[in-house]
Write a protein that binds this ligand. Structure first.
Ligand SMILES: [Zn+2]
Length: 191
């Protein structure tokens, strides 16, 4: 059933066909999903509690198809926090939500000023115009695309994320650091 998310994730619309009619509904949404690394949930944990076999882990991960994962821009592994850290009242030195919100709003304003829409909605042509890369950065991206076996769609999505990282930092140009950071957010595809 998860696979039906592929169409709205890509087009922002959902088409329903019934016997006599076909309806299109708007369906632009932000998907946030979580899964365990393996059936027991402890794979990669320092306490070595996981005894899942490689085959079990693979079968478990196959519940999310490659094409669906490909449509998720940020894929991160989040390690368990040590108990002592979870009990701390707050994370000292961490930014507040209000500060982060200001930065996000400024980045969105840059996107709307440039193209009248969010980076995620850029067409392939707009992407090529707004995400020009120097030759070093281009080489970095094409090597990574090879190593991670990125699809054309995956590559475009990495570029859009790199564009947003540059916007968050207030930069007009996308640097190799921005592309490298965007690539780091594809951890699960790389696994
Ligand atoms: Zn396990």
């Amino acid at each position: 059933m998860l696979e039906v998310l592929r169409e709205p994730l890509e087009t922002g619309q959902i088409h329903l066909s019934r016997a006599r009619q076909r309806v299109t509904y708007p369906a632009r949404f932000q998907l946030i999903a979580a899964m365990n690394p393996c059936p027991c949930g402890y794979l990669g944990d320092s306490n070595a509690r996981c005894h899942c076999s490689a085959e079990q882990v693979q079968r478990y991960r196959q519940r999310i198809s490659g094409p669906l994962l490909d449509r998720m821009d940020l894929q991160l592994s989040v390690p368990r926090l040590p108990g002592a850290d979870m009990l701390k009242p707050d994370h000292q030195g961490a930014e507040t939500s209000a500060t982060i919100r200001q930065r996000v709003e400024a980045a969105r304003q840059r996107q709307y000023a440039r193209r009248g829409k969010c980076n995620s909605q850029l067409s392939a042509t707009e992407l090529a115009e707004d995400c020009r890369l120097d030759s070093t950065t281009q080489a970095l991206l094409s090597q990574a695309a090879e190593r991670l076996q990125l699809s054309g769609r995956g590559l475009h999505r990495v570029l859009k994320v790199a564009r947003s990282i540059a916007d968050l930092g207030g930069h007009d140009d996308i640097s190799s650091a921005h592309v490298a950071e965007a690539l780091q957010y594809r951890q699960i595809t790389a696994a």
